[in-house]
Design a protein. Sequence first.
Length: 348
Amino acid sequence: MKVLQYFFCLPVCLFNLVSYAQKKNSSIELHIHKTTERITVDGEMNEAAWAQAETAGNFFMITPMDTSKARVNTEVKMTYDNDNLCIIAICYLPQKGPFMVESLRRDFNFGKNDNFIFALDPFNDLTNGYTFGANAAGAQWDGMLYEGGKADLNWDNKWISVVKNYDDKWIFEAAIPFKTIRYKKGITQWGINFSRLDITAAEKSGWAPVPRQFPSVSLAYTGQLVWDQPLPDPGLNLSVIPYVLGGISKDYVPNKKSHFRREIGADAKFAVTSSLNLDLTVNPDYSQVEVDKQVTNLDRFELFFPEKRQFFLENNDLFGNFGFTNIRPFFSRRIGLNVPISFGARLS
């Protein structure tokens, strides 16, 4: 009798797991087709590929209420070629007038700028992905998504975008190289969602409906991006960034010689597989990394500053989220403080 109970329990558990992992908006689909036409990223939609592309519209309101269609109209089209994923979004204005933009800095404050962003789930696992977008003035937004919808905006990569403004709308157009992102070879469906924030209308909307208590890039609520054919292997995905640094300093003291500084090094990133990356660094220089915000610490506890060095950023959620807010077994910002880094390697 016990054996029968065990066999009965196993299918029930498996059924619960499958039901839990099921995507909410899998019936919402956008079909994407390959083009042989050269796409110029200019925000003007002059290419025939855009006229032939399927349109994603009829957005759902997320805030202030998530129970109706959006009042502000947004349309999105997508296509691709051998090298890039191309997207164009037409963001119609509810009324003529200036758009609301607070900053031209990259990775701007989402809630204080009219913007359009979208979330990609290339593995269709509802867990890891990417987010790209821009505000109405053209400032870029990009980051890595982890744990189903948390965004790491310290991840910055190479892609092209243009925003063009008109009296009744603004248009966002972008080309994202396939080498910029990781994706699973052979699959024809990715998770995707588009989000629009219009401050004048006090409305945030999404192509696939998202409950207002969740971020608009939540991967559990993405629709389906259906490719007309499986994407090929992106090939040798190798990026090498060398650097040469020189400097001179002099103390104006008698018989004191000038001090010359000469440094050379390089960073390299190699995609071993679609989900396994090798990062290498030799004599790294982090002088160009964005500086931390200055904070006055009046207690006896150390401050936690976010990691911004590119070598440590990709897949940093594998270790960075262990422990508690003030107790972390692994904290990469300590690496290289007391002992300079000569070389390093990371496989993740």
